[in-house]
Design a binder for this molecule. Sequence first.
Ligand SMILES: [Mn+2]
Length: 281
Amino acid sequence: MKLILPKPPFLEAQAKTEAPVLLVGFPLDITTSFRKGTALAPKKIREVSDSLESYSPRLAKDLCNLEFADWGTLELPESLEDSLKEIAFCAQKALKSSKFTFFLGGEHSITIGIAQALKKVEPSTNFIFLDAHLDARESYLKEKNSHASVLRRVAEMFPQSEIMALGIRSGSQEDFKFVQEKRIYYSENLFLPEKTLNLLKQKPLYLSLDIDVLDPSVAPGTGNPEPPGVNFADLLEFLYSLRGVNLIGMDLVEVSPPWDESDRTAIAAAKIIRETLLLFG
Ligand SMILES: [Mn+2]
């Protein structure tokens, strides 16, 4: 496992390898179908994080006071299969040594490697996907571990009743047939009933956030923008509503800097990371 040191690291991250809160970049960009660029996201999001304050007025907390380390970016081999092995290995190490790890993509397929690690570390984990797309195809362009098959692969590893997909407004007929048959909860808005939220508090939770859940006017810098979408304030409110759950890990995927005029998608991503670290770290 080779990690490339972050230059610069994420806002206020400490230069050490052990901390209860970790950030690590997985620059995977292999199955991205429509337009590439996600490999550049970890570096770009770190760079623009400097434009933010470390203090969150909403949470009345400061990143300066959080024991948090940026591990840098994982060096990945050329093949998807080998890359997912590296990601699973690194994710397992991070999850075991921290209370909360933030994984920074890269394309959405990184979640498959992270889920393989979670299966070993915390097999009773629940999953919430925030995504415009269902990503439930058996395979896409002959690739089983495609970004378009992420939810399906996770549903093969974890009980379907423990997976929820929110923000969903796109998918093939096959995608929708799969989640309906498997009775996987999905909805177009980001709302979860109080009862579900209380149930979620009883088990470890993992959150996978595809930036394309946001409206493309808010986050245009992504591979497959899908209008309409969630606005930024509503996404933050949803994250705040999860306060009190045992979030052990989260990823943010599919930011694509070459398509991101004025870096606004990367800045939105950096703010989501700051708020999440302060909320769950
Ligand atoms: Mn998506």
